[in-house]
Write a new protein. Sequence first.
Length: 302
Amino acid sequence: MDILVIGGNRYFGKRLIALLRESGDRVTVLNRGSSPPPEGIEQLVADRDDENALETVLAGRSFDVVVDQVCYTPRQAEIARRVFATRTRRYVMTSTVEVYEYEDSASPVAESALDLAAVTVDTGLPWEDPEFLDAHYGEGKRQAEAVFAAGAAFAWTSVRVAHVLGGADDFTGRLDHYARRVRAGEPIAVPVVNHPATYVYVEEIAEFLAWAARADFTGPVNAHSRSPLTTADICAEIEKLVGGRTVFQEVEVGEVSPFSFARSYGMDDSRAVSLGYSFSDSGEWLAKAVSETIGTIGAVRR
């Protein structure tokens, strides 16, 4: 297959590209050129926000599948919908569990919980402002999905990715946050009622995206490992590696630590299973994932 990956220069995007190449696919990456592609991978350089630049660099090109790792806003989705209308038969958008940011359900949340037809798309919001975009990450993804759902010339799917753990190249700093506090016995702020959440191992989400690229289903699909995890589950693994003691401080208002949640919105993977994909159990990889990341942060600043 001839596959274009938009973005994909870090974390599970890099793993996705490697898997596609190892499977014999012809892989091309499109990004702004801030980093070179892996050896043997063609690179197209353009700013995905610049429609004219995309049209120029993609002139005469078409792909079996496009995997979009960096579609964050409805503006970007609208540009992609136009530019790739005649250039691909399938479009895979990497989305997020945060599209369910308004959900609070004791039961796992299915894809149908979000009615994309009812989502108001507002391209006039200041999506170009990094602070605004960061503060409205889930909303940007939700509106981007709604743009594709409203009508695209190609078949599309959005992969709603759970919180990702693992890898020496985890750039988020979230496990570092916990490791430093656990080692020092410092308080970790959590909600009074701290709900579990769904997670996925970095290698597994790359595998799922590669699988989704070759599949033919459409519409959104949740992607996560079985068995939700709590903040305590994650901290217990960190304790094993760095020593120290986990001290939770319950707070009713104010900022809480990453991977702690005042609401319940764990995802339901029934659709992925019905389509033929079986996710692992989080207990199978949690210790490995934590070890991979903690081992790379300066021995947890000893």
